[in-house]
Design a protein around this ligand. Sequence first.
Ligand SMILES: [Zn+2]
Length: 245
Amino acid sequence: MALERLLKGFADFRLGYYHDHLDLFEKLATEGQSPKILIVGCADARVDPGILTQTKPGDIFTVRNIGAIVPPAQIPPDERQHGTSAAIEFAVRGLEVEHVVILGHALCGGIAALVDGEKGAFAHYDYLSTWTAVAQDVRDLALKELKGLPRDEIVRAVEQASVVNSVRNLMGFPWLAERVAAGKLALHAWWFNLTKGQLYAFDSTTATFKPVLGIAVAPTVAEGTSLSAIKPERLIAAAGKKPGF
Ligand SMILES: [Zn+2]
């Protein structure tokens, strides 16, 4: 049943969207892709970056994983399979995107699993906890600093701080940091609240996530931005002072 729905959807797409955008698909097929934006999003079925941003084919290069996480750069590179890093490398070095957006979200099961740790339902999985442990320091700090707050608020704090942590990890890739320093690339930390349909962007000057209302958003990291301004620790500290942010 579920698969039949997909095939019906594809039939509708072919007769509708594809037919209506023949020129676009022909251009993309002959000229190739040249997206200006890389989005690192979560694999969660509820937060499709293309639908959330109402973009067209060719507009955004996307990599989705558990938790919208960017792992630290492996320097020097080793022989292991770094899927997310490979996608980031291709987007930045190959496609020369001008923006990288880390798109975290509310009610993120991956981040909740990280917060719950060994007590969680997924602790026995083969790969999940190793992957989300990229944000282990953020999680440990949140549990310490936000002790006493409801679990949901701690999870939210870690969701947001993990996005900022991923931006910090991006800056560990030398070819990416070079492009930021040259003013060719801007980094953005976003968080989508699917219960309210609202998008938030991290403001590194105040260390808070602010609602985006269809207006221009300052990048979290652009040329000249101090890395000290994007410490996720600041975000967690702010969360502790403002329960229910
Ligand atoms: Zn998620």
